[in-house]
Design a protein around this ligand. Structure first.
Ligand code: ARG
Length: 459
């Protein structure tokens, strides 16, 4: 007999029952479901809607159900549809008819909205911890590479010299934003839907502030229709998770490129590489590729939920049962990716010599040569043209800019002096870019200090 079976004369079709049951996945909400019920029962007792004695019996029973689930003693029942009705049935089996009072002044609609918020709130905090560890690992690695010169790219063409530390700290900025975005999401989602009932609240004189406070929310949600039909909190999380995955994916793409024979900037550790079943020489960066690939599924979770919500009339519709798998999948995927990414990044060997050697071709100091002339008074646009002509000239004879004679340079501009060779040496090109946010070691030290402060403020 279904908990809602009163007005029915026939059983649900078995296939339909299997189709609409959500227990196979929403059992992950059991802890939050019970926690929410504990608070609800206490409030019902405190408000005199049920007796204090019944409230206490219900609360004891709920704790016993939780212990039984955690001891692995419970087989959930598909015909009981979802976690909410499974818990209620288990409760009534344990404590008898008094268990049937628990659902007074409540609906599964506000119950499920509550459970998912509380589950996600906990998971977001765990995800933030992982992102913080990732930032910490990057800051450590960056600290070792302030003077490791590497080419920076635009259009995947060598552009200007930077340091490996500076490159890593760009990702630190992204992951700091990801962390803080999740913090914003937590603030906005921390309102309690309990008491919204099915859609129109309840006639019982419940105390919504009490349950909101008991469950760690800022306040109850302000509109009962919104309380049961809002999934913005989940969408916001999915959007935040998508952005974070995008950052991981870009980083993985770079690691894959750097680890290739063509670049050779890094070498992945054996522990995070895999072989080929046919080509014995291969060592592939599979973990990085898989993280890049899994980005698509998190975007999919976001788009699935946006699409599911887009035409739903207020308030609850069963479509919304589909919210959970998207959220669970995105949480599992994002956390799983960060957990693998951290040691993969930490153990990769940085081939500083190869990075430095790659600075040699490609005229990465052409801007510095133009800046030199501009600093001496030549308008930058004219200096750019001089530098461009010298690049073309050097290229014709297969030389670097530093290999041109002073006389050859002076043919283009009389402003060149002997010190030009020092100015366009790669290490000097880096050292010169010391304004805030730049790659010079002294600017990177400031950035490292800021990142350490950021970490300390969130420890
Ligand atoms: N299992 C349902 C869900 O996940 C719980 C809410 C059901 N409410 C209802 N009116 N059928 O959305």
């Amino acid at each position: 007999m279904k908990l809602w079976g009163g007005r029915f004369t026939a059983d649900t079709d078995k296939l339909a029952e299997h189709f609409h049951s959500s227990i196979s996945f929403d059992k992950r909400l059991y802890r939050e479901d019970i926690e929410g019920s504990l608070a609800h029962a206490k409030m019902l007792g405190d408000c005199g809607i049920i007796s204090q004695e019944d409230a206490e019996k219900i609360r004891e029973g709920l704790r016993a159900v939780r212990a039984a689930i955690e001891a692995g003693e419970v087989q959930f029942d598909e015909s009981a549809e979802d976690i909410h009705m499974n818990v209620e049935m288990l409760l009534t089996e344990k404590i008898g008819d008094v268990g049937k009072r628990l659902h007074t002044a409540r609906s599964r609609n506000d119950q499920v909205a509550l459970d998912l918020r509380m589950w996600l709130r906990r998971e977001i905090k765990e995800t933030q911890e992982l992102i913080r560890s990732l930032v910490d690992a990057l800051v450590h690695k960056a600290g070792e590479h302030l003077h490791t010169l590497m080419p920076g790219f635009t259009h995947l063409q060598k552009a200007q010299p930077i340091s490996f530390a500076h490159h890593l700290l760009a990702y630190v900025q992204m992951f700091e934003r990801d962390y803080d975005r999740l913090a914003d999401c937590l603030v906005r989602m921390n309102y309690c839907p309990l008491g919204s009932g099915a859609l129109a609240g309840t006639g019982f004189a419940i105390d919504r502030d009490e349950t909101a406070q008991e469950l760690g929310f800022t306040a109850p949600m302000a509109n009962s229709l919104d309380g049961v039909s809002d999934r913005d909190f989940a969408l916001e999380f999915l959007a935040d998770a998508s952005i974070c995955m995008m950052h991981l994916s870009r980083f993985c793409e770079e690691i894959i490129l750097w680890n290739s024979g063509e670049f050779g900037f890094v070498t992945m550790d054996d522990a995070y590489s895999t072989g080929s079943s046919i080509m014995p020489q291969k060592k592939n960066p599979d973990m990085a590729e898989l993280i890049r690939g899994k980005t698509g599924r998190v975007y999919g979770d976001l788009v699935a939920m946006l699409t599911m919500m887009k035409s739903l009339p207020l308030a609850y519709n069963k479509d919304m049962q589909e919210d959970k798998e998207s959220v669970f999948d995105a949480v599992d995927t994002l956390k799983g990716c960060i957990i693998v990414f951290i040691p993969m990044m930490q153990t990769m060997r940085v081939n500083a010599d190869k990075m430095a050697a790659d600075l040699e071709g490609g005229y990465l100091n052409a801007t510095d040569l133009a800046d030199y002339l501009a600093a001496k008074g030549l308008p930058f646009r004219s200096a750019h043209a001089v530098s461009g002509r010298l690049v073309q000239y050097a290229e014709q004879s297969g030389r670097k800019l530093t290999e041109l004679t002073l006389e050859e340079m002076r043919r283009e501009s009389p402003l060149f002096e002997e010190d030009i060779y020092q100015v366009i040496a790669p290490a000097q090109c880096l050292a010169a870019r010391k304004t805030f946010g730049g790659p010079a070691p002294e600017a990177v030290e400031t950035a490292l200090k800021a990142a350490q402060d950021w970490l300390a403020a969130r420890a």
